[in-house]
Design a protein around this ligand. Structure first.
Ligand code: PMP
Length: 384
C-alpha cells in the first residue's frame, strides 16, 4: 500500500544530510565536549559549527544560541528564566490563548507561583488584536510570549508589529516567540524584529528528535533553569547531545540552503490541497489561503469526527492528525479552535494536514482522493 505522511507539524522524517551528520558524530566524535583532550575538542568543534549554522539562520551571533532538548525545554527556559530574572521589576506576563502547551502550561504554573498572566484572545481569523495587547500592558509587565505560526492552523501572528509596539514602550519588556513552526520556512529575524528570545526545534525541520535551541539576544536577562556543570554558558547544564546537535545543524543547513524554493514549493502544494479538499462535500477550511504558513492546512467536517477520519485515512496509508499531536492524548477540545470561535461540532470534525520537505504533488493527489472517499464513507455511516 502507498504511504503518504502528512503530519510534518508533529514531526518530519529525518533528512539524509542530518542522519549522516548524526551518525558520524555519534561514531567518530564521541568525546565529551567539556574534556580537555583532543576527543573533547573534536566534539566541541561539532557543536560550534552547528551553533554557527543555527545562529546564521536566525540572523544572530553564535553566542546567542543555547542548545536544548527541544522546543518544549526552550519555551520553559525562556518563560521561567525571564520570570525569575525579572521578578524584581514586575510579575505580569502576557501570552495568548492559542499557545503550544509548553508555553501555556508553563504560564499556568507561574500563575500558581504568584505571577499574573493575561491570555490574549484571538479574532475569528485566528489573529491576536494589537489593541488588546496594547491595553493589556501595565507597568509591571515583564514578558510577552507569542507564537509565530500556530501549529494547528498555520495562522501567522503579527510578531513584527508586536516587536515594534514593545519597542515603543518606556519600560523594556522582554519578547519571546515560539518559532517552531516557522523556523526554516518563513524568515525569522529576531534582531531586526525586536524579539529577545526565540524557541526552535530540530525534528520539525528534518533534524533528529530531542534537540532544539533557544536564541537569546545579547543583553537579555534570563536565569538558568537547569543547573550543574555550567555548559552552554551556564544557561543549560548537562553534557551536550553532540550527535543530535550535529544532525540539527545539518538539517538547518539543508533547509536554509533551499528555503525560498522549498517554501514556494510547499505553498504550491498547500494551495493544490486546499483547492481539491474544498471540493469535498461539507469541508470547511479553518484559516485562510493567503498569509498562512506554507505547510499547514486545517480542515473541518462538521458532523463527522476528526479522529475517526484520521483512522479511516490511516487504513489507506495517509497519516494526518487531529488538532495538534501534542494535545491529542487529552480528549479536551482544541484550545486554538475554540479560541477562534469554532463550535464544538466544527472543532471535533477538524483534521490537520501538514506538509514537509519530502511531500510531492502525487502525495497530495493521493491524499485528497483518499480524503474524499473517507469523508463519503463516514458521512454515510453518520446519516444511517
Ligand atoms: N511549540 C510548537 C508551536 C510546536 O508545534 C511544538 C511541537 N509540537 C513545540 C513547541 C514543542 O517542540 P518539541 O517537540 O521540540 O518539544
Amino acid at each position: 500500500m502507498r504511504e503518504v505522511y502528512l503530519d510534518h507539524s508533529a514531526t518530519s522524517p529525518i533528512r539524509p544530510e542530518a542522519f549522516q551528520a548524526l551518525q558520524e558524530a555519534a561514531l567518530r566524535d564521541f568525546g565529551n565536549p567539556s574534556s580537555l583532550h583532543r576527543k573533547g575538542v573534536d566534539a566541541e568543534r561539532i557543536i560550534s559549527e552547528a551553533r554557527e549554522v543555527v545562529a546564521g539562520a536566525l540572523g544572530g551571533e553564535p553566542d546567542e544560541v543555547v542548545f536544548t532538548s527541544g522546543a518544549t525545554e526552550s519555551n520553559n527556559m525562556a518563560i521561567k528564566g525571564v520570570a525569575r530574572a525579572l521578578s524584581r521589576y514586575g510579575n505580569h506576563i502576557i501570552t495568548t490563548r492559542i499557545e503550544h502547551p509548553s508555553v501555556f502550561e508553563t504560564c499556568k504554573q507561574l500563575e500558581e507561583e504568584g505571577f499574573q498572566v493575561t491570555y490574549l484572545h484571538v479574532k475569528q481569523d485566528g489573529m491576536i488584536d494589537l489593541d488588546e495587547l496594547r491595553e493589556a500592558i501595565i507597568p509591571g509587565t515583564i514578558l510577552v510570549s507569542i507564537m509565530h505560526v500556530n501549529n494547528e492552523t498555520g495562522i501567522v501572528q503579527p510578531v513584527v508589529q508586536v516587536g515594534t509596539l514593545l519597542k515603543q514602550m518606556r519600560e523594556k519588556i522582554t519578547f519571546h516567540v515560539d518559532a517552531v513552526q516557522s523556523f526554516c520556512k518563513l524568515p525569522v529575524l529576531p534582531r531586526e524584529w525586536g524579539i529577545d528570545l526565540v524557541s526552535v526545534s530540530s525534528h520539525k525541520i528534518g533534524g533528529p528528535k530531542g534537540v532544539g535551541a533557544l536564541f537569546i539576544k545579547k543583553g537579555t536577562k534570563i536565569a538558568p533553569i537547569i543547573l550543574g556543570g555550567g555548559q552552554e554558558r551556564g544557561l543549560r547544564s548537562g553534557t551536550e547531545n553532540v550527535p543530535g546537535i550535529a544532525g540539527f545543524g545539518a538539517a538547518v543547513k539543508a533547509a536554509m540552503a533551499g528555503r525560498e524554493r522549498e517554501a514556494s514549493e510547499l505553498d504550491a502544494l498547500r494551495r493544490r490541497l486546499i483547492e481539491k479538499a474544498s471540493a469535498i462535500k461539507g469541508a470547511r477550511l479553518v484559516g485562510a489561503v493567503e498569509g498562512c504558513a506554507p505547510h499547514i492546512v486545517n480542515l473541518s467536517f462538521p458532523g463527522l469526527r476528526g479522529e475517526l477520519l484520521l483512522h479511516y485515512l490511516e487504513e489507506r496509508g495517509v497519516y494526518v492528525s487531529t488538532g495538534s499531536a501534542c494535545s491529542s492524548r487529552s480528549r479536551a477540545l482544541s484550545r486554538t479552535l475554540t479560541a477562534m470561535g469554532l463550535t464544538s461540532d466544527e472543532a471535533v470534525g477538524s483534521i490537520r494536514i501538514s506538509l514537509g520537505w519530502n511531500t510531492t504533488a502525487e502525495d497530495i493527489d493521493y491524499a485528497c482522493e483518499a480524503l474524499a472517499a473517507c469523508v463519503a464513507k463516514l458521512a454515510a455511516l453518520v446519516r444511517r
